[in-house]
Each structure stands twice: as C-alpha cells, then as structure tokens.
Ligand binder design. Structure first.
Ligand SMILES: [Zn+2]
Length: 260
C-alpha cells in the first residue's frame, strides 16, 4: 500500500465521518420537531408517554371507562377500546376491536428481545412484573411476558379478561426471567419474587381468599404429579410450600401492609 492509497483511505474515512455527523445532527433536529412514537422506549424517567404528557394529564381520560383505577402514567398514550378500556401493547388487532386473548407475534418478539413492557410497550427497568394466577406461583411460570409493576397492578385490578379467566390474580415482581419454547409457544420462567401483590374483584385479596383460590387449583397439579412418580409428588410438595410463603400476611399480623 503506497502513500497515495493511504491518503485516499484517510480522505474517505473523514468524508464518511462528516456524513455520519451530519445525519445524526439532522435526526436530532427532526426528533425535537416531532413527538416520539407512542411506544418509543427512548427518553427520560417514565418513558415516552411520560416525557410528552404532563403529570396527571391523560390523552385518553375522556374516553376511559368510568370507575377504572387511576391509569399509570406510562399507559396514558395507549388507545382505548369501545368499552373504555386501554388496549394493551400485546393485544392482537386484526379487526376493529382488539383481541386480548391473543398476542400479536411481532409485539411479543419486541417484549422478549427488546425488553418492552407487554402492557404499555415501553422499556422495562430492573424489575419485571408478571400477572399470573395462583397455580403459576407454584410452577413459577407465566404465559405472558413481564410488565412494569404499575402496569401489571393496573391490569390485575382492572382487566376483565384476567378477572374472568383466573379469579384471584397475582403480580409477581422479579429481577429476571428466562423464556423458552414449549409446545409451539413461549413460556416465561420467573426468578424468585422480591414482591407479590394479590388481587380479587379489583382490590387487594386477603389471605383467606388467596388460600381458597390456591387450594382449588392444587388437585389438578397433584393428579398430574401422581401420574408421573412419587418423586414428582415430593417435588410438588416443596414447590407448594414455597409458594405459600408468598401469601398475604395474616390479618392479625401487626405489620400488615395495605398498599394499593
Ligand atoms: Zn408498562
């Protein structure tokens, strides 16, 4: 390689650098002119919706169903369905009305690979909150990817599909999870819960309600374990005992917390 060739390479590198710098400056200029897309993960504390909307102001407030709990800030840019419920990010929207029972496969992929909240669509932080049923506290698995804690709490309190499908719902807050393919679908294996919040009928569930729902679910699990082996039953015993440690505290306990 002679001196001329090195000179050409140097000039070309400099030209490419200038072009890239110009492109970045132009992108920043247009970014300031136009608002970020609704589910953009960039931005500041609270994500794109929080960056655009002042605290307490909701784009969807007028269309929201009366009686819903306060909408978390990150969910305020979501569209609203004909009944007045915010449409979660994951919901499939083939027709006019979203189908809450089916995940949009592209959005599911974004939740898994880009760590987006499955409800508001914005970037997740260090805590991942899963909305699950009592049985899933034993198996520590979820069929849905995680959400922000506030988004998950809102879904557990206000989502009629969740209430109808699982009755007592649990928000399981962990720092990590693993996803794996199972029977043609994805399953999420949750790490140890750092916090748990139980809900029923749009409010916090008490210990008796949780235990009742839990006991209703157990026979099916034990039937399956019995069909496998005695070792599987022993393992299930351990898993059930571990899950009961997540129950709400006794009402008589002096330290009973009653957060929202
Ligand atoms: Zn969220």
């Amino acid at each position: 390689m002679n001196v001329d060739t090195l000179g050409y390479l140097g000039t070309a590198t400099l030209a490419l650098g200038c072009a890239a710098w110009t492109a970045i400056r132009a992108a920043q200029h247009f970014d300031r002119l136009f608002p970020a897309p609704a589910n953009d993960a960039s931005g500041f504390h609270g994500g794109a919706a929080a960056a655009r909307l002042p605290h307490g102001v909701s784009m969807t407030a007028s269309a929201l169903r009366h009686g819903l709990p306060e909408l978390p800030q990150r969910m305020r840019a979501l569209p609203v369905d004909s009944r007045g419920y915010p449409v979660p990010y994951f919901a499939q929207r083939d027709g006019c009305e979203p189908d809450y029972r089916r995940c949009d496969s592209e959005k599911l992929a974004a939740c898994v690979y880009y760590k987006r909240c499955c409800i508001c669509g914005e970037q997740l932080g260090q805590y991942k909150a899963f909305v699950i049923d009592a049985l899933s506290a034993v198996t520590r698995t979820s069929s849905m990817p995680p959400a922000h804690i506030e988004c998950a709490k809102f879904a557990a309190k206000a989502c009629p599909v969740i209430e109808k499908r699982i009755g007592v719902s649990l928000v399981w807050v962990a720092r990590s999870y693993e996803s794996e393919q199972l029977d043609g679908g994805l399953i999420f294996r949750m790490a140890e819960a750092e916090q748990t919040f139980w809900y029923i009928d749009g409010r916090r569930a008490n210990r008796d309600e949780v235990r009742s729902s839990f006991e209703d679910s157990l026979p099916a699990l034990y039937d399956a374990a019995c069909a496998k082996s005695a070792a599987a039953v022993l393992e299930l015993d351990t898993m059930v005992a571990r899950a009961t440690r997540c129950f709400p505290p006794h009402a008589a306990a002096a330290f009973v917390e009653q957060p929202v």
